[in-house]
Each structure stands twice: as C-alpha cells, then as structure tokens.
Design a protein around this ligand. Sequence first.
Ligand code: NAI
Ligand code: MG
Length: 367
Amino acid sequence: ATFNLLLLPGDGIGVETMVEVERIIDFFNRSGRATFNTQSDLVGGAAYDAHGVAITDAAMDKAQKADAVIFGSVGGPKWADVPYAVRPEAGLLRLRKDLGLFANLRPAICYPALADASSLKRELVEGLDIMIVRELTGGVYFCEPKEIVTLENGEKRAIDTQIYTTSEIERIAKAAFDLARKRGNKVHSAEKHNVMRTGVLWKEVVTEVHRSYAPDVQLEHILADNCAMQLVRNPKQFDVIVTDNLFGDVLSDEAAMATGSLGMLPSASLGAVDAATGKRKALYEPVHGSAPDIAGKGLANPIATIASFGMALRYSCDMGAEADLLDQAIAGVLAAGYRTGDIMQSGMKQVGTAEMGGAILDELKKL
Ligand code: NAI
Ligand code: MG
C-alpha cells in the first residue's frame, strides 16, 4: 500500500528527532513493506521566520491531503515576543482545528528496562500499557463565554464555560470503544456527574454508545478524581480511559509519569472517519516540546517521535504488525542499555540522538 506522509519537524529538537523518523521511513520503504511518499514543510517559529505565519495555507493544504501528519515540536525563546496570533503554537492549534482532530490518544507504556525510572514502584508499572483517550476540541478550554469582567464593586470575575453536546460525546466514546476492541476490551469513562451537568450527559451518552459494543467491550464509569487516585494506586487495572478535555489533560500527564521521561511519550490526534474513503485525518507528535536547553546539540531522545510514527503505522496505515516490530526494536535497545541523557541510569551506555536512532534501526533490521 502507498501512504502520503507530511513531516512537520518544527523547531528545536523536533528537527533533530524527525531525522531519525526519516531513517525509519526509509527502512520500511526499502524493505518493501509499504510505500511512504513523504513531503516536508515548516511549522511554528521556522514558518514564522520564513513566511510571517505559524503555518502557511500551502502547508495546511498538504496536511489536508496527507494520510498522516508527523509533527515534531514548536516554540522557543527566539519567538517569545512575536504577535499572539502568529506565535509558534498557533501552527499546532490551526492543524488541530482545521483537521478536526477531536480524539487525542496518549498511551502510557512502561518498558521493563525503564521501570525503575518511573515515579511509581517497579511492580506497579512493569508491563503497564494503558491508553488515555482525551476529547480535544470541546469543553472548558474552548467554550464561550470565556472572560474576566470587572464588577461594579471593583472586584473581578473570571468565567470559563464547559459545554458538551451529544454528538461530541458520541464520537469520542466510539473512538474509545473501537480502540478497546483492538486492545484489552475494557473502557473506563471518567467524569464528575455528581457535580457537573456535562458529567451527567457524558455518562448517559457513553452508556448509550456502549450498547453496540457490549458484551465484548466492558464499560466502567469512574469519577475523575477517583481515577486520578487509582492511576497511582494500581494503574494496571486500566486499559482505555475516555474522558473530557480538562480531565484528560491532567490524567494523561499523571499517567505519563508512571512511565518515565517526557522523551519517551508519543501521542496521536484523530479526526472523524470520512464515510466516502474510510480514512481519517490524523496527526502524530511527541508529547514533549522543543527543549531549547538541549536543542541543536544532538542530545535529544528521539524515541517519543519515533513511537509517534509507530502510532501512525498502527492507526493511519493499518500496519499493526510493523508497529509492533518498531515497539520491539525500542524495547530491545533499551534492554541492551542504550540511554539518552534524559533516561540515563548508572551502568548504562549514554548516547546521542543519532546513535539512539541508529541503534533502533539496527535492531529493526534484525527482527
Ligand atoms: P519541553 O518538553 O520542551 O522540555 C522540558 C524538559 O524536558 C527540558 O529540560 C528538556 O530538555 C527535556 N526534554 C523534553 N523532551 C526531551 C527529549 N526528547 N529528550 C531529552 N530531553 C527532553 O518543555 P518546555 O521546556 O516547557 O518548553 C520548551 C518550548 O517548547 C516552549 O517554547 C514551549 O512552548 C514549547 N512546547 C511545545 C510543545 C509542542 O510543540 N507540542 C509542547 C510543549 C512545549
Ligand atoms: Mg498538558
């Protein structure tokens, strides 16, 4: 099969980690497992420097036509004072909005070789493999009214609004149940129906959507605050957690810490399935930012970006077997003792970005 990929390396370490993804794409192309046609473009500060915007219409057009967008990272001190509308992050926000990427998938996987780097005890995290499905385009971060007003008595009042509609909840619930069917067949839906009307509707709609996934997929409702506690008490009880934008932001960062470094964490953001083509818009990116403190030095851990490409194989290219191989290669180099600075442990072999990428490639060739 042939897939069109748009690579948007962006700024800082995004540029360095994307080079390692390109080497892996080359490997898959040469091995005849698939044909990836890649295009690249600028985003973030790099696009601002060249064009005065955080992403051009031409780059957006390429993104609309691609099977998957692989995104590095944007931002840095160089662009601290650029106008708000064209700040580097605006490039990512426009991609999410224009591609309609409403489902944010954040896996929390603990590679056995890194279990001691976790914030939690080894026995709690060894073998951990959970997926947080966060609603990304609605909820309290985006709804109006959103303002700070000064009252007659001089006091200020800040307002944020949370709104969720049936269709918004339905589509994120379906995404979570579909995913669970390919994993451990268990979904926890986290909300706070005890104190929020959006929580009441969330629970109601998720329950309704679940009817067409029962009995093979199991559904449990959990209050979001209890979910936060359970994630540190016994994270392995979870398979898929589906939740709204705000709770998802917090819970996914919490789950991430069970797995070790920011340099290890991939993510995917998915849009609706197009009824005509069966395809869905998708963007894959590491969770970390542009890391200005280490940018340009060849020190960045490329695993988060490489694993993000692995998610693209799985969710946009129907290449689950190859995604598994890539995961095995990553686990293999970690087991062999290769470590970038961010995950360095005593007695291990410290390497830079290119060496880590090269080691993963070598491991892949052996599998
Ligand atoms: P950051 O994720 O860039 O860095 C936080 C710390 O983690 C730094 O010490 C960095 O060196 C380290 N780190 C991150 N990724 C690493 C990797 N792959 N390998 C080794 N070490 C790694 O977050 P920070 O410092 O808050 O933000 C820096 C810039 O990135 C800012 O301009 C921020 O706005 C932007 N940013 C962009 C994001 C994106 O493109 N999606 C997300 C988060 C921040
Ligand atoms: Mg966050």
